[in-house]
Design a protein. Structure first.
Length: 157
């Protein structure tokens, strides 16, 4: 296999690095009720059936949120292979965008302070016109994507 067709970038949006506070809150939503039930089993059981059920419901809600979030991040994939940029979105119904680097006019990277610290960002890819061809958020090492496209576009010219 030639070097031109090897995958230079292949990633899904990050979960923790993209939303660290939300991730910690959901993790606490899963763990705290279980720990409370284990540590304070008898006092909680003395309150009736409603408090333990609510604690277990909170844990279940946290698990559902985490599973949904995980599937949502796995449903988006950005790859750079050779001179092609591929974006794939969706689990059941798929949406594909395939661009040759020669078609790409600009790649914009947006990062807030925390995004820069955690090395994630939103990537916008422009071909023609003022609207981006696609926007994908929470991608790890977004400047690497911009640099790869820029270098491959320069080599293609």
């Amino acid at each position: 296999m030639s070097n031109d067709h090897q995958t230079a970038y292949d990633s899904h949006p990050a979960m923790f690095r993209n939303h660290p506070l939300g991730y910690l809150i959901v993790l606490l939503l899963i763990i705290v009720p279980v720990v409370a039930l284990l540590l304070f089993r008898e006092p909680i059981a003395g309150m009736g059936d409603f408090p333990p059920a609510m604690l277990l419901a909170a844990t279940g809600l946290g698990i559902v949120i985490m599973l949904y979030w995980y599937l949502k991040t796995r449903a988006t994939r950005l790859r750079i292979t050779g001179d092609e940029v591929h974006l794939e979105e969706g689990l059941i119904s798929k949406h594909h965008v395939d661009l040759h680097v020669g078609q790409i006019r600009a790649v914009r990277v947006f990062q807030g302070f925390l995004d820069r610290v955690l090395r994630v960002g939103r990537i916008e890819v422009f071909t023609t016109g003022d609207q981006p061809e696609f926007v994908v958020g929470g991608m790890p090492n977004p400047h690497r994507v911009r640099d790869l496209v820029r270098n491959r576009r320069a080599n293609a010219e």
